[in-house]
Design a protein around this ligand. Structure first.
Ligand SMILES: NC(=O)c1ccc[n+]([C@@H]2O[C@H](COP(=O)([O-])OP(=O)(O)OC[C@H]3O[C@@H](n4cnc5c(N)ncnc54)[C@H](O)[C@@H]3O)[C@@H](O)[C@H]2O)c1
Length: 264
């Protein structure tokens, strides 16, 4: 079992939501955090909170779609704390809309998802994760660090209407742990650096709480535990995935029993 005490977590999207919650959870367990985000105010607020808690934290403003920003984030972790033990690429966005939207009266398509709406989600949620993980894992290998790469998939990976862009990126997150684990196995590093993904259902972060109340109510109606998953519950799962070295190469769902594809 790995110990979080003294371990270094690199978190993108650390200025809010799941990234912020995991960062604070990690610090409460005695770990150190390096946070990247495009939002400087949020980043400063989280850094201040963590320092008030007596935790060690370094932050860097950066965009995960930029190769040099991801390299700078990984380098900062090694410079400041000498290691990377957890890589958590939480930076992500949604830009929902129907793929093609035929007009109800005429039956003709009058609206479609724009290239920008599709591409911007791919850039951040997929290419951004690839760059973050590639740069961090390079530092982990070169500095002989032990730990976990934990990708954030979603129940949307199974296919959600109105999210062809987002669901496509989250499906990719569920296959990447297998590819990375297989490659690391070939090079004899899979025992030191594991890779998994978590697939949350609806988590009570700003991303979800910002939805229209009617849409939110109909979501919660389909969750057997009767509420959104708490970000703290996601953080607890990630901590266990880190500690337990038998967990590797797979996707771990956390959705409160969400009825996926069936109303049973
Ligand atoms: N909230 C949920 O219900 C839920 C469910 C399943 C998966 N997820 C995934 O969890 C992750 C975090 O979601 P969240 O709910 O905490 O969202 P959030 O909006 O609270 O946080 C996302 C963070 O990413 C940052 N970000 C956005 N674009 C960026 C970029 N280009 N470079 C760097 N940072 C950037 C934002 O500034 C923000 O701080 C996302 O990948 C999301 O898809 C969330």
């Amino acid at each position: 079992m790995l110990d979080i005490k003294g371990a270094v977590a690199v978190v993108t999207g650390g200025a809010s939501g799941i990234g912020e919650t995991v960062a604070k959870y990690w610090v409460r367990q005695g770990g150190k955090v390096v946070l990247g985000d495009v939002a400087p105010e949020g980043l400063a607020r989280v850094e201040n909170d963590i320092k008030q808690m007596g935790g060690e934290c370094a932050t860097i403003v950066g965009n995960v779609t930029r190769e040099e920003d991801c390299a700078a984030l990984a380098e900062l972790a090694v410079e400041r704390f000498g290691a990377i033990n957890l890589v958590l690429p939480c930076a992500g966005i949604i830009k929902d809309g129907l793929f093609l939207s035929p007009d109800r009266a005429t039956g003709k398509v009058n609206k479609k998802m724009t290239l920008d709406q599709f591409q911007s989600v791919i850039d951040i949620n997929l290419t951004g994760v690839f760059l973050t993980v590639r740069e961090c894992a390079e530092q982990m290998i070169n500095h002989r660090c032990k730990g976990l790469i934990c990708l954030i998939s979603s129940t949307g990976s199974l296919g959600t209407a109105g999210q062809i862009n987002y669901s496509s990126t989250k499906a990719a997150m569920s296959v990447m742990p297998k590819v990375i684990t297989a490659e690391f196995f070939r090079r004899n590093i899979a025992d030191r650096i594991r890779c998994v993904a978590i697939a949350p259902g609806y988590v009570g972060t700003a991303m979800v709480k910002g939805m229209k109340p009617k849409a939110l109510d109909s979501i919660v109606e389909n969750v057997p535990i009767g509420r959104l998953v708490e970000p703290e519950e996601v953080a607890s799962l990630i901590a266990e995935l880190y500690r337990n070295e038998a967990l590797a190469g797979d996707v771990y769902f956390i959705h409160g029993g969400l009825r996926l594809g069936s109303r049973g």
